[in-house]
Write a protein that binds this ligand. Structure first.
Ligand code: FAD
Ligand code: SF4
Length: 493
């Protein structure tokens, strides 16, 4: 009865707020900030969906999830079916529901957003993924071969038609890099029947999802469960294997792999190139976050990971990486965290929600300020010399160009500095495959479906686009999986 009432006035229902840990509490722990919808809240939010005949939101999602259908399932309390619907297009819903910039994607094109706030598509996606965690049928499942997978599917009565239809064809494909692009491509190829081996340099799969994005935004358990799902499709993951060192790409071909997908991401940090950057106490965000996440400094005091716990921390940059570093520093006990950004808030590339969270937690935003030099004492960082900026005409990125204001130099006290101004491609693999064409920045050049200049080798995700987003990397993984299938079937390059 209540549902009918809500249905008839669905555009009037306000967007359902998600519960969060309070800012003063959450900066003392690394637990997730947002607590997720309850069943009741998810159903209520799903009722806001207008069930458009031609839903625009689906076009806004880079992997074209059938958003209207999965929301309809949530409305009917058929939560498992909602997840199955999402998984037809997205193998990592718990991740994407949490970290996708929905405001620029699916929610941006939601019709309800014209007059009101859009449906909380990402939060509903997260709900569907989290609901299944109670069932956990893929947890701890480590198949050795295709027979095991098929027996597992039967024994667990998995109804997802994609999984049921797996028929392994014994054609081997190698995927390099277990981040979102590599995991997605592997999952898609496994569903088509290929024998996929996913090679990962680190001791843990997930890419940036495990070594970059902090626990309070994306718990490791969520990533691990979604990796288990990909494994349950029959993908074999080989960790601690650096392609370019352990094997070259040509060696993979000689081992019988018919095609190779490079998804090695953008893991090489950029530096400012200013005096003083080699002082003690200057970290790249990559190193800082890796120490906290992969090397488990977030589990202090049980883990005694070496990382300097400082009173005053300055983070340079304005994207998600800078925001994650600043909020991590607070949780490690910093008394003052400054985020120094050369443009204004309007130009910040970080997600709106994360900017809001950082401000609530007390991160001090120092806009229109650019570092000129790092000043040290006894080998350690002491201050940053900065200059004030003003905004000029838009540059090639479309954002207004920051220009220095003469005679505005000043110094900012700090104990450590975290530099988060971007990352580029790691050259380890490409140096050993000179026949793969790169652009000036060292990114791999591909055509629209991910074909590189080397026959049988595809690439996608951050290694092609430069640092971008999880869902764009996943979208690339999906496109490449179809292209590999076509290449193997037709032999046409
Ligand atoms: P990656 O995730 O980088 O994975 C590449 C993998 O390849 C890594 O595991 C690496 O170890 C492995 N590898 C590298 N070289 C080799 C080799 N030679 N052999 C074997 N393995 C190799 N995006 C969002 O959408 N929302 C966010 O909120 C967000 N926040 C972010 C926060 C941080 C701190 C960072 C760093 C990035 C963030 N991003 C966010 C960006 C997003 O994480 C990336 O765009 C995405 O992970 C790219 O996926 P990928 O698969 O291309 O590469
Ligand atoms: Fe939106 Fe990302 Fe989910 Fe697509 S994957 S529906 S963009 S939250």
């Amino acid at each position: 009865m209540q549902n009918e009432h809500l249905n008839s006035k669905k555009e009037k229902i306000p967007r359902t707020k998600i519960s969060e840990q309070k800012p003063e509490e959450r900066i003392k722990n690394f637990n997730e900030v947002e607590l997720g919808y309850t069943e009741e809240e998810a159903v209520r939010e799903s009722m806001r969906c207008l069930m458009c005949k031609k839903p625009k939101c689906i076009e806004g999602c880079p992997v074209n999830i059938d958003i209207k259908s999965f929301i309809a399932y949530i409305k009917n309390k058929e939560f498992e079916k909602a997840l199955e619907k999402i998984r037809e297009k997205n193998a990592l819903p718990g991740v994407c529901g949490r970290v996708c910039p929905q405001e620029d994607q699916c929610e941006k094109t939601c019709i309800l957003g014209i007059k009101d706030q859009p449906v909380a598509i990402g939060k509903l996606e997260r709900f569907a993924a989290d609901y299944e965690k109670n069932k956990n049928y893929v947890k701890n499942y480590k198949p050795n071969n295709s027979d095991e997978v098929n027996n597992f599917i039967k024994a667990n009565k998995i109804t997802n038609s994609n999984i049921e239809s797996i028929r392994f064809n014994n054609i081997k494909v190698a995927v390099i890099g277990a981040g979102p692009a590599g995991l997605t491509c592997s999952g898609e190829l496994a569903k088509m029947g290929y024998k996929v081996t996913l090679f990962e340099a680190l001791h843990s799969p997930g890419g940036v999802l495990v070594y970059g994005i902090p626990e309070f935004r994306l718990p490791k358990k969520i990533v691990n469960d979604e990796v288990e799902y990909v494994k349950s499709l029959g993908v074999e993951i080989k960790l601690n294997t650096i392609i370019g060192k352990t094997f070259t790409i040509d060696e993979l071909f000689s081992k019988g792999y018919k095609s190779v997908f490079i998804a090695t991401g953008a893991g090489l940090p950029y530096f400012l190139g200013i005096k003083g950057e080699n002082l003690n106490g200057v970290y790249s965000a990559n190193e800082y976050l890796t120490r906290v996440n992969l090397m488990k400094a977030y589990l202090f005091p049980e883990w005694d990971t070496p990382i300097k716990k400082a009173d005053i921390v300055s983070v340079i940059g304005g994207g998600n990486v800078a925001l994650d570093s600043a909020r991590t520093a607070l949780r490690l006990g910093a008394k003052k965290v400054k985020l120094i950004y050369r443009r204004s808030e309007a130009e910040m590339p970080g997600r709106i929600e994360e900017i809001k969270h950082a401000k609530e937690e007390g991160v001090e935003m120092v806009y229109l300020t650019n570092p000129l030099e790092i000043i040290g004492e006894n080998g350690w960082v002491k201050k940053i010399k900065c200059i004030r900026m003003q905004l000029g005409e838009p540059d090639e990125s479309g954002r207004r160009r920051p220009l220095p204001i003469t005679n505005s130099e000043h110094e900012i006290d700090t104990d450590i500095i975290v530099i988060a101004i971007g990352q580029g491609p790691n050259p380890v693999l490409t140096q050993t495959s000179p026949d793969i064409m790169l652009n000036k920045k060292g990114n791999i050049v591909t055509d629209a479906v991910g074909k590189t200049s080397k026959k049988g080798v595809f690439a996608g995700g951050d290694i092609v686009t430069g640092a971008a987003t999880v869902i764009l990397a996943m979208g690339a993984g999906k496109i490449v999986a179809n292209a590999i299938d076509e290449y193997i079937k037709t032999g046409i390059w």
